[in-house]
Design a protein around this ligand. Structure first.
Ligand code: BDR
Ligand code: CA
Length: 341
């Protein structure tokens, strides 16, 4: 199995990332560090522990990481994930196992990752990259040791040189999800994203799972039905398990906020789980001719919610084809969604 350290801000799609990282037989989940993005650090840490309890994986060590971005104030996404960061559930258990406090999140990440065979382990940030950026700034030797980094973040849209405007499905002319040009995880702490993506050695080992891809992975009504019952019709009278009900509740809430806020009614994109899958099953994703990119993150410019006018918004992620390829970031263009489900 691929050793993975998951870094997340447990909201609805992060819950799926935890499920796959903790339960897939091809993954060895080393631990989870939490961040502040979808809700406060205290809430996302609670949600992480609760999901681990729900899926019977409370032994996975959980460390609370950064509570705010490098040089900005934290802000959250209650319109998408509710006040708790994981609203809409009735089946979420109260966690028993406390968060670990024997070391800092960054030291826990380092100790676990450096103990894996060289070239095998992946770091998977599914919120802002604050913890990951601190990790590689504190322990630069780790870059050569790990197998890779798989980040959920960014919205490329027509910055793909061959892409028409508005390539994110269902969003018309805009391709970001917080400003017209920025994706939320990168917008929240662009400096940490920049430190990850502009470090050539690290970038050469990095996969970026951008909105352009995650919007091709939707939890449609058909998928939601399968979530509850699996592929087979339930045997007479048998009830779906509590875990199935929980993940359907999570999806139902997420579907509603995506419909309300973005007008996407066919089902919500389950962004974060793809970053986990990219670490251990990279071949389910499709690239154009093995292309790699130089990724620059805009850290100046308006950081509010401006109109589409002007393109220098903070948090915008720009991808240009990179040479040599080993220094470039992989940004898959498509995926075999059925296989991932
Ligand atoms: C990202 O932002 C968060 O709301 C989601 O959990 C995901 O990581 C999508 O832009
Ligand atoms: Ca997330």
């Amino acid at each position: 199995p691929t050793p993975i350290w998951l870094d997340c801000d447990t909201g609805h799609d992060d819950a799926f990332a935890i499920l796959v990282a903790a339960c897939h037989p091809q993954v060895e989940l080393l631990g989870i560090s939490t961040t502040y993005v979808n809700a406060s650090l205290a809430k996302t840490t609670y949600n992480t522990r609760a999901i681990l309890k729900a899926i019977g994986r409370e032994k996975v060590p959980v460390y609370a990481g950064a509570a705010k971005p490098f040089c900005r104030e934290a802000s959250h996404a209650p319109d998408i994930h509710g006040e708790s960061g994981l609203d809409g559930t009735t089946c979420l258990p109260i966690p028993d196992v406390p968060v670990r406090t024997d070391k800092t999140a960054v030291d826990a990440m380092y100790d676990a990752l450096i103990s894996t065979p060289k070239g095998s382990a992946w770091v998977v940030p599914c919120g802002a990259s604050t913890n990951a950026a601190l990790l590689f700034a504190t322990h630069p030797d780790l870059v050569n040791h790990i197998g890779g980094v798989s980040i959920m973040g960014g919205a490329i849209g027509d910055d793909f040189t061959d892409a028409p405007m508005g390539t994110v499905k269902g969003q018309g002319e805009r391709f970001g999800n917080i400003t017209p040009y920025a994706e939320f995880n990168i917008y929240i702490d662009p400096e940490s994203a920049k430190s990850m993506l502009s470090n050539n050695t690290l970038a050469g080992k990095t996969t970026l799972i951008a909105l352009d891809l995650t919007h091709r992975f939707l939890a449609t009504p058909e998928i939601q039905k399968r979530m509850l019952h699996g592929h087979e019709p339930a045997p007479n009278g048998s009830q779906p398990s509590r875990v199935r009900k929980l993940f359907l509740e999570i999806t139902t809430f997420f579907a509603k906020t995506y419909a309300d806020v973005f007008g996407i009614t066919i089902g919500p994109p389950v962004h974060d789980v793809l970053a986990v899958v990219a670490a251990f099953a990279p071949t389910v994703f499709i690239d154009h001719d093995g292309e790699k990119f130089e990724v620059s993150v805009v850290t100046e410019g308006p950081h509010g919610m401006p109109s589409a006018a002007g393109r220098s918004q903070c948090g915008r992620t720009i991808a240009t084809p990179a040479l040599p390829a080993f220094e470039g970031v992989r940004i898959p263009r498509d995926l075999d969604a059925d296989q991932v489900w």
